[in-house]
Design a protein around this ligand. Structure first.
Ligand code: 8YV
Length: 325
């Protein structure tokens, strides 16, 4: 039986590449000297894409190059790197990798929160620079007696909230709808949540709908003792407004795992002492990336074995009604 041909635009973990090599003819676009010529040759035969943010955007123009494309399996729970609406219009399935990263991202979020409040990276730099020999490290702010607002109480947001319960802090949230299953206090507007809290943790999906939802007004409402933690997408925060708020003391500090133009980070943030900056590592452990990669493989294998996609995104044409028996 001839194998199905699929294409990977940018490299994924070796375990994913090995697994796909077993079941498919896997085209490695990133290894080609002339990518355009290579695509012209193979695109008509490609029925599946393994996509990821590192490979760039799987946009309408790129999708349009594959006349026989059936499925785009994207690595990551967020899939703003894929034009899922365009794929949906063309009848192409898009899958993401939900759930397998919830606990990992929640762990990292708590680490980043504590690092930002207690200034752990700054203290490490202080010791290494020999400053401790001269004077004790200055006292930091604290998580004690703070009220934490979660922007986006989805699956990862809930995993973060569960951890925060153990820290004995008050928890509130903002989202499109109140969730009856949780006891945390609900705010129907973001400025209202920011006003009520002195920590905001952003874990809402990226994309056009949430672009710059953390703006100058929200930061002002968060206030001079306020701390912003962003582990979702850089686009959710108006980065210029954030830089200004940090510089002017409108808010106290920020912990950021994501940025508007990754991997480029504004020099203004790099130069600031009241921020902790991470290179988008929320899910980046061997354990969790392996699980995410396996879900990319499993979605492709399941689709081409006529068992349907395992984790289709809402924009996808697939629905429960169409699922095979
Ligand atoms: C990944 C993420 O870094 O899952 C997500 O949405 O942001 C991260 O887990 C990224 O998507 C992998 O390309």
């Amino acid at each position: 039986m001839t194998k199905t041909e699929i294409l990977m635009a940018g490299p994924m973990m070796p375990s994913v590449i090995e697994a796909l090599d077993r079941d498919f003819i896997l085209h490695r676009l990133w290894e080609q000297a002339d990518k355009d010529a290579y695509l012209n040759e193979v695109a008509p035969r490609i029925r599946g894409l393994a996509a990821s943010a590192v490979a760039g955007r799987t946009d309408a123009a790129f999708i349009g190059r594959f006349p026989n494309l059936e499925i785009i399996a994207s690595l990551g729970v967020g899939y703003d790197n894929v034009d899922a609406a365009e794929a949906g219009r063309r009848g192409i399935i898009v899958t993401n990798t939900p759930d397998v990263l919830n606990e990992e991202v929640a762990d990292l979020t708590i680490g980043l929160l504590l690092a930002t409040l207690r200034r752990i990276p700054q203290a490490d730099r202080y010791l290494r620079a020999g400053e401790w020999l001269k004077a004790p490290f200055p006292l930091s702010t604290t998580l004690r007696e703070r009220k934490v607002g979660i922007v986006g109480l989805g699956r990862i947001g809930k995993a973060i909230a569960r951890r925060l319960e153990g820290f004995g802090v008050e928890i509130a949230y903002y989202g499109r709808n109140r969730q009856e299953s949780v006891a945390y206090s609900y705010h129907a507007s973001l400025p209202s949540l920011a006003e009520a809290c002195d920590v905001l943790i952003v874990i809402t999906p990226g994309g056009a709908e949430t672009r710059h939802m953390i703006d100058a007004e929200v930061l002002k409402a968060l206030g001079p003792n306020g701390v912003l933690i962003n582990v979702s997408r850089g686009t959710v925060v108006d980065e210029k407004a954030l830089i200004e708020a940090l510089r002017s003391g409108t808010i106290l500090a920020a912990g950021l795992d994501v940025f508007e133009d990754e991997p480029r980070v504004p020099q203004e943030l790099i130069d600031m002492d009241n921020v902790v900056l991470l290179p988008h590592i929320g899910s980046a452990s061997v354990h969790t990336r392996r699980a995410m990669g396996q879900l990319v493989v499993d979605n492709l294998v399941s689709w081409f074995a006529d068992r349907g996609p395992l984790t289709p995104v809402p924009e996808t044409p697939w629905s429960a009604v169409e699922q095979p028996a």
